[in-house]
Each structure stands twice: as structure tokens, then as C-alpha cells.
Design a protein around this ligand. Structure first.
Ligand code: DQA
Length: 143
């Protein structure tokens, strides 16, 4: 069995109650289940991790080189998470960056991602559906 790494950064553990008008009402459990459904046909499982600390996210990446690929929502670490960026630079598999909200329709400090140049693709603004689409992208591109 191969696994996809589903990695969520700071403040994403409280999805469902966190600013639902921006991030929707799905919880992280709902999202983890949805990703699991998407990759099941491929015979893949999901390793789901959420951390509020950058170091814990980095350690997870360093311990996940055996995964088939990753779906990463770095939260606000997209803006200046250089250590997270460097960890992903050494991650040997493709990953898709996801943001629930349309970051470009929001405050200007959210308009840049230090992670995006390393990603296979970026999905923003489609809410929890973005994670399903990222999972589909991995199932159809990863060999
Ligand atoms: C987010 C967007 C970020 O700007 C914000 O800091 C988050 C969530 C999103 O999924 O829309 O924590 O990554």
C-alpha cells in the first residue's frame, strides 16, 4: 500500500469553526476522509498531519520520503515559511499546494507563496473541493 501525505499547516486544525464565511464548514476530518475516498481506487492510503509549528511540519516531510506525493496547505507559512520551503525542496515526490480561500482576492500579504514555485500545481479558492481535486491530480499524474 502506498500513501499520500496530506499536510496542513497552522490554524487549519480548527477548520469548521474558523472563519467559516472564508474557509467553509468542512472540518479537517471531513477533508481527510474526502482525500481518502479520492485515492482509494488507486490503492493508496492517506497519512494526514496537521501542525501549528513549522518545525513539526518540516519533521513530517523529512519522515515522509516514502509517500507517493503530497497535498500541502501551508496556511500563512506560504508567505514566508522559508524553512518549510527548503524542506519541500528536498521532498523527492510531487506535491500540490492547496488554499481553501482565493488568496488573491484577499489582503495583499497573502498574494505571494514561497512554496508555489516548487509545487506541481496550485489550487486556490475552491474550498474543501480543492483537496479532492489535488488528490485527483496526484492519482492521474503520479507513477
Ligand atoms: C489558507 C490561506 C492563508 O492565507 C491563511 O493564512 C490560511 C489558510 C487557505 O487555505 O485559504 O491559514 O491557506
Amino acid at each position: 500500500m502506498s500513501d499520500v501525505l496530506l499536510l496542513n499547516g497552522p490554524n487549519l486544525g480548527i477548520l469548521g469553526r474558523r472563519e467559516p464565511e472564508i474557509y467553509g464548514t468542512d472540518t479537517l476530518d471531513d477533508i481527510e476522509r474526502a482525500v481518502g475516498e479520492e485515492v482509494a481506487a488507486q490503492g493508496w492510503g492517506v497519512i494526514a498531519e496537521q501542525h501549528d509549528c513549522e518545525g513539526a511540519l518540516i519533521r513530517t516531510i523529512q519522515n515522509s520520503y516514502g509517500t507517493v506525493g503530497a497535498i500541502v496547505n501551508p496556511g500563512a507559512l506560504m508567505i514566508a515559511g522559508w524553512s518549510l520551503r527548503d524542506a519541500l525542496a528536498d521532498y523527492p515526490r510531487p506535491f500540490v499546494e492547496v488554499h481553501l480561500s482565493n488568496v488573491w482576492a484577499r489582503e495583499s500579504f497573502r498574494h505571494d507563496s514561497v512554496i508555489a514555485p516548487l509545487a506541481s500545481g496550485v489550487i486556490v479558492g475552491l474550498g474543501a473541493l480543492g483537496y479532492r481535486l489535488a488528490a485527483r491530480a496526484l492519482t492521474s499524474t503520479v507513477r
